[in-house]
Design a binder for this molecule. Structure first.
Ligand SMILES: [Zn+2]
Length: 325
């Protein structure tokens, strides 16, 4: 009991101190904004694909569209957990140049592609925003340029890479600058960190999602959306945000992806259980076979010994007796 008591105190201290250290990790991450906002909750984007170029894949157009759609899905996940429901009023209308760009009119954001930014740059994407003087309002168009090859122009982006880079650039187009940390509190990549945390072209790369920190800053940039009369006056000037204590620092993956990743871990667990069962079965079979072999060996030995005992005495004596007669 005397040993258990200090142990109990130690355990309690560990429990008390853990949330404190987590909260500290959460507050150390910061994200500045660019000091601009769009003044219409419907934000329009025109993607201009490249035709007849070997460095361009048609799927990249879909990837950019998908990246923008995932932002809306992450907003649903964030607002379900932490409020700021007005963020759901933001809608992103994506058009493809030469297909349906008339639907987007004069777009807020234009997305174009280049083969590579070149070895002078470390970049994979570039977004240029213009802010109307002293107004905190974006002037259209914001232009986003996406590379399809790494800066050395040797490795082509996978579709996952393109979705990740386009998501990051769209974060800029919405008004976010770069987050100060590369990994969130749940161990996933911070989408808005300056550099891409994964190796371009690796087929095992994972999708990245905006973090709660990115969403928290976004909720501040677009707080005017909660006003029924819409935007008026000026937007917020560039501000540095960090998460308040009540919000855990994590990536906000769309629900469908969360379910898929749970399903994957269940399948992984099932596979591991199956492997353990097969190995245990094999070990049992080997043990049984060894047992049978040992038992047989003993049986043969016992038979040999009893046969030796039964052997009659050497016939030599009988023979000599006969000769003596
Ligand atoms: Zn960036």
């Amino acid at each position: 009991m005397r040993v258990l008591f200090p142990l109990g105190i130690l355990l309690l201290l560990t429990i008390w101190f853990n949330p404190a250290s987590n909260a500290h990790a959460a507050t150390s991450a910061e994200i500045p904004t660019e000091g601009g906002t769009w003044t219409n909750p419907t934000i329009t984007i025109v993607i201009t694909p490249v035709s007849n170029m070997p460095w361009f894949k048609a799927s990249y157009t879909y990837d950019v569209n998908y990246a923008i759609a995932r932002w809306a899905k992450s907003i649903i996940v964030y607002t379900d957990a932490y409020g700021s429901y007005y963020l759901r009023k933001l809608s992103f209308v994506t058009c493809v140049s030469g297909v349906n760009d008339t639907l987007c009119g004069t777009p807020d954001i234009r997305v174009q592609f280049i083969q590579s930014f070149g070895s002078e740059s470390a970049g994979l994407g570039l977004t240029s925003v213009r802010i109307q003087q002293n107004s905190g309002i974006f002037a259209a168009p914001t232009t986003t340029t996406l590379a399809t090859y790494d800066p050395t122009n040797t490795t082509q982006l996978t579709d996952t890479d393109m979705i990740n880079i386009a998501s990051h650039e769209f974060g800029h187009a919405l008004g976010l600058n770069h987050a100060t940390v590369s990994v969130t509190g749940d161990g996933t990549f911070e989408l808005m960190f300056l550099s891409y945390g994964q190796a371009v072209g690796n087929p095992r790369n994972s999708l990245e999602s905006p973090s709660t920190l990115d969403m928290y800053a976004l909720a501040n940039i677009y707080d005017w959306v909660s006003n029924p009369s819409g935007f008026s006056g000026t937007g917020h000037s560039a501000t540095i945000y960090s998460l308040p204590p009540g919000i855990a620092y994590a990536s906000e993956y769309p629900y469908a992806e969360q379910i898929q990743s749970l399903q994957n871990s269940i399948n992984q667990m099932r596979l591991e259980i199956l492997i353990v069962a097969v190995v245990a079965g094999l070990l049992l079979a080997v043990a049984l076979a060894l047992g049978i072999l040992m038992a047989r060996k003993k049986h043969v030995q016992a038979q040999t010994e009893s046969w030796q005992i039964v052997v009659p005495p050497a016939p030599a004596e009988v023979f000599s007796f006969l000769l003596l007669r």
